[in-house]
Design a protein around this ligand. Structure first.
Ligand SMILES: C[S@@+](CC[C@H](N)C(=O)[O-])C[C@H]1O[C@@H](n2cnc3c(N)ncnc32)[C@H](O)[C@@H]1O
Length: 305
């Protein structure tokens, strides 16, 4: 069942950067189909522990069916931005984040993530809670919608696309994929598929508060790690990657004085982490060929000091 749910990306690289010890305690923030979680459990001995999180009930069900009853493993149906509320501070040897959405979410028509497979855009990772794409658009209005298209997907010019999407939601009371394609054609006539995918990405980021979740998740991860523990994050678009890169760089700074001060006044030695990946790690050519969805992945890792 589950190899079709989602093919895990850079599985060996993730295990290597996490440097898994058999008795360690690990956190998988993005369980999905359980590919990375299964691999972590496979490297743990009887004293090891793994806590896995996902906000999507489909993921919890699929991964539980795959992993089964394992006394070393707990699955939490919770957004990872809230994981510090159920785990002990400074208790983890490694935290993994494999951001974004799973193949199951994209491929399952009822989830409303793909203009190729669904008639209506829903775009919620957890369909039992929160606003779908149409409700979000109706609430924030055309101007915020336009800003989100630029901010999250670098869609330019975005004003016409925003107007088309907003009018369609007002008219239909829902966001139909044909309206997403119409908005996409208004931006890029030749490459409407690419523009449609970017519109959906921009909306998805807002509907699921993905950047807010990422910021809280990164802070939670830092507080959960013990000294020497590692954080490994895989992101799939530039907005996420920038956020990860900036957070890790900030944690690795010794001095937090404003630039230009001739002498350090903050006392230095403030770094709480060391960046392990000077450049992001990307999938091998072979993996990119065999799993095209891995193509945009970028892995960054740091170690808590
Ligand atoms: C790329 S998939 C993970 C795939 C997984 N590593 C595997 O091997 O199957 C991302 C998963 O993270 C979940 N997710 C994304 N953002 C989340 C958040 N803020 N909190 C909890 N789960 C989240 C999605 O629902 C999705 O199932």
């Amino acid at each position: 069942m589950n190899s079709g749910y989602h093919l895990p990306v850079m599985l060996d690289e993730c295990m290597e950067w996490l440097a898994i010890g058999p008795s360690g305690r690990y956190v998988d923030c993005t369980l999905g189909g359980g590919g990375h979680s299964s691999a972590i459990l496979g490297r743990l001995g009887p004293d090891g522990r793994l806590d896995s999180f996902d906000r999507d009930p489909d993921a919890i069900a699929a991964a539980t069916a795959r992993i089964g009853d394992d006394p070393r493993w707990t699955a939490h149906r919770l957004p990872f931005g809230e994981m510090a509320s159920v785990l002990e501070p400074e208790s983890a040897d490694g935290v993994l984040m494999d951001l974004g959405i799973s193949s199951h979410q994209v491929d399952e028509p009822s989830r409303g993530f793909s203009f190729r497979r669904s008639e209506k855009a829903d775009l919620r990772m957890d369909q039992s809670a929160g606003e779908d794409a149409a409700r979000w658009i109706a609430r924030v209005g055309e101007r915020e919608l336009k800003d989100a298209l630029v901010r999250n997907a670098d869609l330019r010019p975005a004003a016409r696309a925003a107007r088309i999407l907003f009018a369609a939601v007002e008219r239909d009371g829902e966001l139909r994929m044909e309206s997403v394609l119409e908005a996409a054609r208004s931006v890029a006539r030749g490459r409407a598929d690419d523009a449609a995918a970017r519109i959906l990405q921009a909306l998805r980021i807002e509907v699921n508060d993905e950047i807010g979740q990422l910021r809280s998740g990164l802070e939670a991860a830092r507080s959960l790690l013990r000294r020497g523990g590692r954080l490994v994050v895989m992101s799939y678009h530039s907005v996420e990657d920038r956020c990860v890169k900036q957070a890790m760089a900030e944690w690795a700074k010794d001095c937090v004085c404003p630039p230009g001060l001739p002498v350090c006044r903050c006392g230095g030695n403030r770094a709480t982490a060391k960046v392990l990946t000077r450049r992001p790690v990307v999938p091998s050519e072979e993996e990119q060929r065999s799993n095209p969805r891995s193509r945009s992945a970028k892995l960054r890792a740091c170690e808590k000091l």
